[in-house]
Every structure is written in structure tokens, then in C-alpha cells.
Design a protein around this ligand. Structure first.
Ligand SMILES: [Zn+2]
Length: 269
């Protein structure tokens, strides 16, 4: 693939979705390149380009490849390799480098990056996300080759305090098997991650998929906009672990936990 080929095969929506982002109906979203409180990033699907209109941001404008280059802090060459992979050909480059310069490091993080690319090649998985109202949430798809025991699963990352992917949760989307939930070995980390230390309100859900649903609602912006609100998924009805409890105890500003369980929503102060 040459550059014009990549550009014609890779939509800006695909790139956004790969990074767990989605534009609203006006093609705007919170800019990932600066601390954005109002959606300042405008995308232009017909040309697959974007512009950030905030005066607090130096991202400027660019195309889909430049978006990848900036968000992952890659060289032009590495951004092209990644764009080629997302456009449906080529080999996936190494796991992205985080903004602080440290690599994600673990094999699991690298595997999750591959699963994220898989997702865009699988129509059934994309249809499932749409049907379940999960579009725009960071997740991947495992055919079973990449993650043994997670065949035909939508895969969500569990993260440690530093935000690294430390284990994976898979939800099987095919068949009516009784077993639908899978975790990678030595389950650890929280979904969607450790809540902000500023959180005053915590939404606690029964399952990963419920938290993902809350995140997808209204493009996740009602949570992202509000650092005083945290969200945390338990791992099923008996899935409140020591790690959850430690994380909740460490929230010094917390004054409200809202239980978002299937039987309804109750509030306790
Ligand atoms: Zn910006």
C-alpha cells in the first residue's frame, strides 16, 4: 500500500474508534491532545481530516495518519506502518509508547493492541457492539488464535494504577454457551481502570459490560467531563475483590457510591 492507498482505505472514524474515541452527531469530540472540557476537535469524514479549535492546544490539524502519529507519539514511518495495519494490510508495529515515554511493555498490552485491530476486521463483532450500545468503547476482538480460551470474544482491558493493561476480560458473543465470561490468567487490575483520586461519586456496576455501557452512553462525555465521578466494574455478583476495596478506600474525597446493578439503581451515602 502506498500513502494515497492508505488514505483512501482508512477512515478517520476507524482511527478514532481504534483509540476508543467517537465523534458526536456534529462530528466533534473532546480533543485527546489537550485537557479539553468542551468538544474542541472537529473531524471531517469526507476528507478524513481533523482540526482542534482550542487556543490551548498545539495539535492544529491533520489527516488520519497524522492523528496516529500525534496520539501515539510515533515517527512518520511508524505511524504509516500502523495506519497500514488499521487499513487492513501489513504488520502491526510494536505496542504504543505512552506519553511519559515508557513502553507498555507486557505481552498482554501488545496482544490487546492486536485485538483492537482485529475488531475492525470482524463484522459480527462490530454488529454486536452496535446492538449492545457499546460503540466507541475501547475493546478488541479475539478469534481465539491470539488469546487461547477467548474464542469469539469481545475483549476489554483491566488496568493497574498506572493505567497499564495487566489482564483481559473476554465476553463471548457467539453461541448460547452457559460460559460467556473469560479472564486471562492471574486476573488483576480494574475496569475501566482506577478511578480518579478526585472522585466524589463512584458508580459501581455488577459487570464489566455494564461499566462499558455507561461509558458508551452519551459518548462517555458525562463521565470524562467530570473528574468528580468515577466508574468501576465488579467481576460479577461475587466479584468485588480486595483490589476493588483498596481502590475505593483510597478515594479520600468519596462521599457517594451508586450501585448500578441489574435489579435497579440505589444510592447510599
Ligand atoms: Zn486540542
Amino acid at each position: 500500500m502506498d500513502i494515497p492507498d492508505i488514505k483512501s482505505h482508512l477512515s478517520i472514524e476507524t482511527v478514532l474508534a481504534y483509540y476508543g474515541l467517537r465523534a458526536d452527531r456534529n462530528n466533534r469530540l473532546l480533543c485527546p491532545f489537550h485537557q479539553d472540557k468542551t468538544p474542541s476537535l472537529q473531524v471531517y469524514p469526507p476528507t478524513n481530516t481533523w482540526t482542534c479549535f482550542s487556543s490551548n492546544c498545539d495539535a492544529g490539524s491533520g489527516d488520519a495518519i497524522e492523528f496516529i502519529q500525534k496520539i501515539d507519539k510515533l515517527s512518520k514511518h511508524d505511524a504509516l506502518l500502523k495506519a497500514t495495519e488499521l487499513a487492513g494490510a501489513g504488520k502491526l508495529p510494536a505496542a504504543p509508547v505512552k506519553p511519559d515515554g515508557a513502553t507498555m511493555g507486557t505481552d498482554l498490552a501488545g496482544t490487546f493492541e492486536k485485538l483492537k485491530v482485529n475488531l475492525f476486521k470482524n463484522d459480527k463483532a462490530l454488529a454486536y457492539l452496535k446492538e449492545r450500545g457499546l460503540e466507541g468503547v475501547e475493546c478488541g476482538y479475539s478469534t481465539g488464535k491470539e488469546m487461547k480460551g477467548m474464542k469469539h470474544c469481545i475483549v476489554f482491558p483491566l488496568k493497574n494504577k498506572a493505567g497499564d493493561v495487566v489482564s483481559l476480560y473476554g465476553r463471548r458473543i457467539l453461541n448460547n454457551d452457559t460460559a460467556k465470561h473469560y479472564y486471562s490468567a492471574k486476573r488483576q487490575g480494574l475496569y475501566p481502570g482506577y478511578p480518579s483520586s478526585e472522585a466524589k461519586t463512584l458508580l459501581l456496576t455488577e459487570a464489566v459490560i455494564d461499566a462499558a455501557n455507561l461509558m458508551a452512553m452519551d459518548n462517555g462525555q458525562w463521565i470524562i467531563d467530570n473528574e468528580n465521578t468515577g466508574i468501576l466494574a465488579c467481576y460479577g455478583t461475587n466479584g468485588l475483590t480486595g483490589e476493588h476495596l483498596e481502590a475505593v478506600k483510597s478515594l479520600s474525597k468519596l462521599n457517594e457510591v451508586i450501585f448500578c446493578y441489574c435489579s435497579g439503581i440505589t444510592t447510599r451515602n
